[in-house]
Design a binder for this molecule. Structure first.
Ligand code: SAH
Length: 358
């Protein structure tokens, strides 16, 4: 028996070619694509405008790989966290955040993450594997169906587990699938890609025809500080990153978001705030402050609300747009930097002494 192809991994053009090579008319590809991507159907039997023989032929040739929801937690603030199992048994998390002001789906791009930022729980897992394009886009189909939102407007943020620019090709393919007018048609302006700044791929992103909004996880204002907090800085330094941001083609009336996790006594002083403003000079920037979400095994502390406000005030007084991210879903561990699967959670507790010694 030959292996069936996973239809969820195909862009529309690839599906057209595959059907043609099987001797079927190309136009069925659009119908199929709509069933899978727009209506979230996961079985060929449900595709009622396709003939019975065709459905049977398709079921023999293709699978429709779909992440399976194994658990759903809902926060008191309406945020829902979905634990999903992939074909090979690996687990990822996706989060639905209502009204921020739009409805937002937060997607994972990898199982675990290789970046090892000092305050991030996902980083503790290390990298297990990349997600495929079908697995990235599939999270949206599954969420939209489970939440009865296939017809609704929503935004997408690539801010779950993983570093999107460390899985470039799959991420871009997923964005093309999500943006296709025959699928969910989520255009690039409604997608935000958040990255620590894997520079070669940031440069590639700058040349993409369909470009998502960009968020940079900056988190520090000196090379030394960022080397410690965001280890990839040792390879692609702060200044280089900001130079790349300066060159990045930002559309009129748009800005790059700079995320800045606030760690008490580490990067939250008035001097840090002033340095941040100086660093961002000449970049169309806005700043999003993320007061640390504390968790067992993370050695940093969240600054007081007064400290966060003072920092924000200094940045704002110097003319930069600044916002403070309200943590959503903290009670279900769905907040920034918290997506981590339970088995990994136990492991990370065991690894804590090693981290302390570093
Ligand atoms: N790897 C990408 C995508 C993850 S986005 C990136 O780093 O940009 C998740 C955001 O939450 C990042 O800005 C990350 O630095 C931040 N974050 C991680 N751990 C956090 C924590 N404990 N509290 C608050 N924000 C955190």
């Amino acid at each position: 028996m030959f292996n069936r192809h996973d239809l969820a991994e195909m862009e529309l053009g690839e599906l057209e070619q595959a059907l043609e090579s099987m001797g079927h008319p190309r136009f069925h590809a659009r119908q199929l694509y709509q069933w899978v991507h727009k209506r979230g159907v996961t079985e060929f039997a449900g595709m009622t405008d396709l003939g019975r023989d065709l459905r049977q032929g398709l079921a023999e040739a293709f699978t429709i790989g779909t992440p399976e929801v194994v658990r759903r937690d809902t926060s008191t603030d309406g945020t829902s966290k979905f634990l999903m199992r992939l074909e090979d048994g690996q687990l990822i998390e996706s989060v639905f955040i209502p009204d921020t002001p739009s409805n937002t789906f937060c997607l994972s791009t990898q199982v675990g993450c290789a970046m090892k930022c000092g305050f991030c729980l996902t980083g503790r897992m290390g990298i297990i594997r990349n997600l495929t394009a079908g697995e990235i886009a599939g999270q949206v189909r599954v969420l939209a169906r489970a939440l009865d939102m296939l017809q609704s407007r929503f935004n997408i943020v690539l801010m779950g587990m993983g570093e999107p620019l460390h899985n470039y090709d799959a991420v871009m393919k997923a964005l093309r699938t999500l943006g296709d007018e025959h699928g969910l048609a989520v255009g690039p302006r409604r997608v935000t890609l958040s990255t620590v700044g894997v520079l070669p791929n940031l440069e590639r992103l700058a040349t993409e025809p369909l470009m998502p909004n960009l968020a940079i996880s900056l988190h520090a204002t000196t090379e030394e500080q960022r080397d410690l907090l965001v280890p990839i800085n040792r390879r692609y330094g702060l200044q280089e990153l900001l130079d790349a941001c300066r060159r990045f083609p930002v559309k009129r009336r748009e800005r790059i978001t700079f995320e800045y996790v606030m760690l008490a006594g580490v990067n939250d002083t008035d001097e840090d705030a002033r340095r941040l403003v100086r660093l961002l000079h000449g970049i169309k920037a806005k700043v999003n402050l993320l007061p640390l979400n504390e968790a067992a095994g993370i050695l940093y502390e969240r600054p007081s609300a007064a400290r966060v406000n003072r920092f924000a005030q200094i940045v704002a007084e110097r003319g930069l747009v600044v916002s403070v991210r309200k943590s959503r879903g903290r009670d279900i561990r769905a907040a920034c930097g918290q997506p981590i699967t339970e088995s990994a959670r136990e492991k990370s507790a065991a690894q804590r002494p090693a981290v302390l010694l570093r």
